[in-house]
Design a binder for this molecule. Structure first.
Ligand code: ADP
Ligand code: MG
Length: 348
């Protein structure tokens, strides 16, 4: 098949390039489509004052999760977190989820019940209704999909491309890099266990970061706090691929750059200790580690006093007019370019 056709490797295009390439020839027919591809959610006209939000995510065994260390109950919870997080990233209110599963005969009823016990816990936590999905057979491991639906008022929706200008503050919720280090620990323990099955891992000292990996929380509380404070961010997204990658999206969408201060990066002591023990730089882990499901947003300088007093919000940098130039100012005062993926480029 395709012997004579020219062949372009998908790896050359990257995920985002591929999506843009595929989407370019599609026309928009429905006048209720407010925003299609390109943000955390699709935005659809709901009524005069509000939009509906929709997001969908695919999770494959062996790519996104490893069942040798991911308990099914936690996996169900994490799936809902991922869906809900995209709704929150638009400053929205999550309302419904649809979940589709592809199961092989390796799974028993009890196993699927475990998965759904986690889904139910998350639905209770985020106050969302499970309203549909699809169930089918899989020949290649467990396949999961979540579609999350929500709503947002037209006056408080926050896009990736928005109202942002130089000197605006870049703010992050919670702490960074924990989920990535949790995964490093779990993968190391798995390797040890495969070699010496009698070895019982002692994971208690890693409880926080392992929890961040296996059972992350979506930041509904941060969105509620923003509302309480009367703050509507200029732009916002959730951190699924790591801050370095997400600021690249924000910079590109708004033709801006960011300066980030290493000393401001919020990193939990357990993340720091574990990174150091793995010979990794904790700041690089915080910038590049994915799956934290924290929120990243900008606010104007006039919100400085309001934001700085919130322990769960950290101002990590500010917006610059250097288009697509994202820089890390180190603790020693040196400046590095932050690459969209991977490690910061050579020192200037
Ligand atoms: P996130 O980082 O929030 O998970 P993604 O990187 O998965 O977002 O997706 C980026 C954008 O591309 C979203 O608007 C999403 O709906 C869209 N998208 C992703 N894959 C496809 C696809 N196969 N076809 C059409 N749109 C897609
Ligand atoms: Mg997202």
């Amino acid at each position: 098949m395709f012997e004579n056709a020219s062949r372009t490797e998908l790896t050359e295009m990257g995920e985002f390039g591929l999506i843009q390439h595929l989407a370019q020839h599609f026309e928009s027919f429905a006048d209720t489509t407010q925003l299609g591809i390109g943000d955390d959610c699709t935005v659809i006209q709901r009524d005069e004052h509000s939009f509906s939000l929709i997001s969908t995510e695919l999770y494959l065994e062996g790519v996104h999760f490893d069942l040798t260390f991911h308990p099914l109950k936690h996996l169900g919870y994490k799936l809902v977190t991922a869906g809900v997080s995209d709704i929150l990233a638009m400053n929205g209110k999550p309302e419904q989820v649809l979940i589709s599963i592809g199961l092989s005969n390796r799974f028993s009823l009890e196993a699927v019940e475990e998965l759904y016990a986690g889904v139910r816990l998350a639905c209770d936590k985020y106050k969302v209704d499970l309203v549909g999905g699809d169930t089918t057979t899989s020949r290649s491991g467990l396949v999961l999909n979540i579609t999350a639906v929500g709503s947002v008022s037209k006056s408080s929706i926050t896009y990736r491309k928005g109202n942002v200008k130089p000197n605006d503050l870049l703010v992050v919720t919670g702490d960074l890099g924990g989920a990535y280090m949790g995964l490093q620990v779990l993968e190391r323990e798995k390797r040890v266990f495969m070699e010496v099955p009698s070895m019982q891992p002692d994971l208690e000292q890693f409880d926080y970061i392992i929890g961040r990996q296996l059972r992350p929380e979506a930041r509904w509380d941060a969105v509620a706090l923003l509302q309480e404070l009367g703050v509507v961010p200029g732009v916002m997204m959730d951190i699924s691929d790591g801050v370095a990658s997400e600021i690249f999206h924000l910079a590109k969408a708004n033709s801006i750059g960011f300066d980030i201060f290493e000393e401001k990066l919020p990193i939990d002591p357990q993340t720091v200790e574990t990174a150091v023990s793995f010979d990794l730089n904790p700041s690089i882990v915080a910038l590049n580690g994915g799956e934290d499901y924290e929120l990243l947003f900008t606010v104007g300088q006039d919100q400085y006093e309001v934001i700085k007093n919130q322990p769960d919000f950290t101002i990590i940098g500010y917006v610059t007019d250097l288009v697509l130039k994202n820089q890390l100012i180190t603790k020693a005062g040196n400046t590095f370019d932050i690459k969209a993926q991977g490690w910061p480029e050579s020192q200037k």
